[in-house]
Design a protein around this ligand. Structure first.
Ligand SMILES: NC(=O)c1ccc[n+]([C@@H]2O[C@H](COP(=O)([O-])OP(=O)(O)OC[C@H]3O[C@@H](n4cnc5c(N)ncnc54)[C@H](O)[C@@H]3O)[C@@H](O)[C@H]2O)c1
Length: 206
């Protein structure tokens, strides 16, 4: 890939890991399209910081990835501005704490975990892949997985582990489907990173 022509699209791009990914791509000369939940004015300070650290061309769009429509709108807005993004990073994620047999856990909370981590990743990856296929373009999809996909641990959240296991199989099946179309699909699976929900939990403990 010729970096000067490339655009990366990152969901949850205002989060701790998302910002680090955005800055790393920005420093490699990519145009960076970031989506997240806050309206742009709320995101202003973080966006400024990302610009100053290497994202020379940065485009922010408020998009909830659990919404097919908002995800489609984001992809369309980026395509209009810079052309179809060819590197996609479904990174948005949450942790819904609680064990499977906890009476206090509602079905709605449990579903939300899957809505964001699995369906949010699915919406973005599948919509982007369909567009790349339709235009016969190569691409990369890099899912944000987790070590928790293989390690049941109620300490973080049983629901979280299930959601990341689902992301892993989504990655594998999509990789198989898209290989012939020159779209490479991978997952990165970090261990515990000092950021995001993990940082919040450490702060609560201290
Ligand atoms: N922090 C860790 O230790 C760790 C370890 C392994 C994997 N991960 C994964 O890395 C990813 C990023 O986590 P982080 O640690 O940066 O957390 P974070 O909370 O800092 O970032 C997550 C971002 O996702 C956004 N988001 C949440 N729901 C969304 C939605 N519906 N639509 C769009 N954006 C949404 C949030 O607003 C936030 O900016 C997650 O998928 C997480 O599961 C984190």
């Amino acid at each position: 890939m010729n970096n000067s022509q490339k655009t990366v699209l990152i969901s949850g791009g205002l989060g701790d890991i998302g910002r680090a990914i955005a800055i790393a791509f920005g420093r490699e000369g990519f145009r960076v399209a970031v989506g997240d939940m806050p309206e742009e004015p709320e995101a202003g300070q973080l966006l400024e910081e990302m610009r100053s650290k290497g994202c020379k061309e940065l485009f922010y769009y408020k998009a909830d990835v659990t919404s097919e429509q908002e995800t489609a709108g984001w992809l369309e807005a980026v395509a209009q501005k810079w052309g179809l993004p060819q590197v996609i990073v479904p990174n948005a994620g949450i942790v819904v704490s609680g064990s499977l047999t906890d009476d206090a856990m509602t079905t709605g909370q449990a579903r939300r975990q899957l809505e964001v981590n699995f369906w949010g990743s699915y919406n973005l990856a599948v919509q982007a892949a369909k567009k790349l296929k339709a235009h016969n373009l190569p691409g990369r999809i890099i899912f944000m997985g987790s070590w928790a996909a293989e390690r049941p641990t109620a300490r973080i959240s049983s629901y979280y582990c299930i959601s990341k296991a689902a992301v892993r199989m989504l990655c594998k099946t999509l990789a198989l489907e898209l290989a012939a179309h020159n779209i490479l699909v991978n997952e990165v699976a970090p261990g515990i990173v000092a950021g995001g929900p993990v940082e919040e939990k450490s702060a609560e403990r201290s």
